[in-house]
Design a protein around this ligand. Structure first.
Ligand SMILES: [Zn+2]
Length: 135
């Protein structure tokens, strides 16, 4: 059985959006970042190179995306891309990804972690905003 209910997600949006999302997944636009219980988090590269963060609850629960289309319509092709990519993926590997990241971070000293976060904040506006409590 698939992780996501493809038909339920397809019904939430224009069929052309869904098919475009499936094509995006097949073209490698989806980076599956984490699976925690029923929630999948993915980074999806949009058609002009923008990166969007998609969170979906399986099999057919809530879904969010950071793109303007989701804000306007409440559904988007990036969600379809994640449904398609997750159903085709080895989810065990995705499940381990955040655990491996945490294990790697746990090896760093406190000072090294502070330096890494400060460097990320210097180069990544969203990280700076989050660490300053603005987002
Ligand atoms: Zn989107």
């Amino acid at each position: 059985m698939s992780f996501f209910d493809t038909e339920a997600w397809r019904e939430r949006m224009d069929e052309r959006w869904f098919d475009t999302g499936v094509a995006m997944a097949e073209a490698g636009a989806v980076d599956l970042v984490a699976i925690e219980d029923d929630k999948v988090t993915a980074h999806v590269t949009g058609s002009v190179g923008d990166l969007y963060v998609v969170q979906l609850w399986a099999p057919a629960g809530e879904g969010t995306c950071t793109c303007p289309g989701f804000e306007k319509f409440g559904a988007c092709k990036h969600q379809a891309a994640v449904v398609s990519a997750a159903n085709a993926a080895d989810l065990g590997k995705v499940k381990d990804r955040m655990a491996r990241l945490r294990d790697g971070l746990a090896l760093d000293s406190r000072e090294a972690l502070v330096e890494r976060l400060a460097e990320l904040a210097r180069l990544q506006p969203a990280v700076l905003a989050a660490l300053e409590g603005r987002a």
